[in-house]
Design a protein around this ligand. Structure first.
Ligand code: SF4
Ligand code: SF4
Ligand code: FES
Length: 520
């Protein structure tokens, strides 16, 4: 491994890294625009110029590979003057519309101007070259050509990652612009990523534009719940409302990217479809009730006939508690784990999986997953006293007539989910539980990687985390365990289940932990 010196400090790094990456290892940021670790090197913005020993001219750090004995200086007066000159050049025709720009607060042009320039423009606004503003270039993306600094990250993303090639550079000189090729739209399934990688406010999200100032938003690391891939994300939220999902780097899952379907998936987790209170149905009406009543009555009902369905949207912790309740405390009742996705579900060879459940593999590892056809047969054959449905709607699985038939054959239906649907509407007991953004827990993705989700904010109204509801039901059924957190449930799961052996929330961490190879 080559040893290099940056700003007087030595570091040993892997062969093949560039100077920007090597400096990052020392916590030194070399400013850059066109360089992105997931794309080829373009070397066009010149923002990353540094001094290198024995080389007379300044060199671009993004295109300089480390080699033994390389000596780099990133903070000299010459480097600072070069950065200032590059910024002045990039800002010559910039419209300076920061007050109305969505990127303000996370814009590298603003940040580096404050760090390295701070000079007024020598070009009056009226003399600047004007280009297209607020151009609708695709279902998710707006383009402002005047704000663009021509770094070509977006072009390279469409050429190299999605290989769809919608964007290019057109015209010459100071009239050069980013634009769509004639007759094209930026409508590939991963188009939203260009907004994330655009270092300035040239590409903005139609969905997020003008909805929030980014400095007000809080970030919580989590996992996309829209398919089995489990792309790592940050939830950007404020006062119990999700504003956007952004991909979070994980080299073992999604690297820097996420799909548009997952990106917009946040909409399903808020709004009018949420149920906020527990409800019970009697002969004439549906009545709001409290958790004390639920926890007194539902365990008593479960003793009368224990059968349950858990959807692969439940966390590992919730599925484990259901297994404890129906497998042990109720003396071996039936627990059917189900992973249902629409027949025409989107998929590709990159990230999107046709399995639209985040925890199919977790249910399989816990030994509770059954084939959808076997579930249909099991539910529609014969009558039952009590059925407990957790984390999903049976209507798409059984069809509307199948659900009605199930209802006719089931004396008491108990359903728990974060939002209303046909099964909850027909339930005798409807229990509101937290969404994936409001609870701690883990999902196991399609590759067998156990990954953390976290409570970004508390559940709305009187909803409670699913693990909390199930732990309290287990207590009422005689369990000696008193789980106070999802982490304690996971610790017990890891001790009991060989595939999760040795894991804890600490070892799962930010990037997840693979299941151990055990036969099931
Ligand atoms: S639109 Fe953004 S990402 Fe694309 S070239 Fe311009 S500044 Fe770079
Ligand atoms: S590929 Fe799947 S997990 Fe990743 S962002 Fe898309 S829907 Fe979410
Ligand atoms: S980041 Fe090196 S030239 Fe743009």
């Amino acid at each position: 491994m080559p040893k290099v010196e940056i700003d007087g400090r030595q570091v040993e790094v892997e062969e093949g890294l560039n100077v920007i990456q090597a400096a990052e290892r020392l916590g030194i940021e070399i400013p850059h625009y066109c360089y992105h670790p997931g794309l080829s090197i373009a070397g066009n913005c010149r923002m990353c110029l540094v001094e290198i020993d024995k080389v007379p001219k300044l060199q671009i750090a993004c295109n300089t590979r480390v080699s033994e004995g390389l000596v780099v200086r990133t903070q000299t007066e010459r480097v600072r003057r070069a950065r200032q000159a590059v910024l002045e050049f990039l800002l010559v025709n910039h419209p300076i519309d920061c007050p109305v720009c969505d990127q303000a607060g996370e814009c590298k042009l603003q940040d580096y101007y404050m760090d390295y320039d701070l000079e007024p423009s020598r070009v009056p606004l009226e003399e600047k070259v004007h280009k297209g503003k607020a151009l609708d270039i695709g279902p998710l993306v707006m383009l402002d050509q005047e704000r663009c600094i021509l770094c070509t990250r977006c072009v390279r993303f469409c050429d190299e990652v999605t290989k769809t090639g919608e964007l290019g550079l057109f015209e010459r000189g100071d009239h050069v612009t980013i634009d769509l090729f004639p007759g094209r739209r930026l409508d590939n399934p991963y188009s939203g990523n260009v907004v994330d990688i655009c270092p300035v406010g040239a590409l903005t999200s139609k969905d997020f534009r003008f909805r929030a100032r980014v400095w007000y938003l809080q970030r919580t690391p989590s996992v996309c719940p829209t398919c089995a891939t489990g792309c790592n994300i940050d939830i950007h939220h404020l006062r119990g409302r999700i504003y956007r999902f952004r991909p979070r780097y994980n080299p073992d899952v999604n690297t820097w990217w996420m799909c548009d379907e997952g990106r917009l998936g946040y909409r399903a987790y808020q709004g009018e479809q949420r149920i906020l209170e527990p409800f019970r149905r009697d002969a004439e009406s549906v009545l709001r009730c409290d958790w004390e009543t639920v926890l007194a009555e539902v365990p008593r009902l479960l003793r009368e006939g224990a059968e349950a369905v858990v959807f692969a949207r439940a966390t590992n912790e919730e599925a484990y508690l259901l297994r404890e309740i129906f497998g042990k405390l109720l003396g071996g009742g039936n627990l059917h784990g189900v992973s249902w996705s629409p027949e025409n579900a989107s998929r590709d060879d990159f990230l999107r999986d046709a399995d639209k459940n985040p925890n199919t593999r977790g249910l399989a590892a816990l030994g509770v997953l059954v084939p959808v056809e076997a579930l249909r047969r099991a539910l529609l054959e014969g009558r039952r006293d009590v059925l407990f449905v957790f984390g999903g709607d049976l209507e798409p699985v059984l069809g509307p007539e199948g659900l009605r038939e199930l209802r006719r054959k089931t004396r008491v239906l108990v359903a728990a989910d974060f939002r209303g649907h046909a099964t909850l509407a027909q339930a005798d007991w409807a229990l509101p539980v937290a969404s994936f953004a409001e609870t701690d827990g883990t999902f196991t993705n399609r590759g067998g990687r156990v990954q953390r989700i976290r409570e970004a904010f508390p559940p709305p109204g009187n909803a409670r985390p699913g693990w909390w509801v199930l732990a309290r039901i287990a207590e009422r059924l005689g369990s000696p365990k008193r789980f106070a957190t999802a982490e304690e449930v996971f610790a017990e799961l890891a001790a009991a289940e060989p595939a999760f052996s040795g894991m804890s929330y600490a070892t799962v961490g930010e990037r997840g932990c693979p299941l151990a190879a055990v036969d099931r």
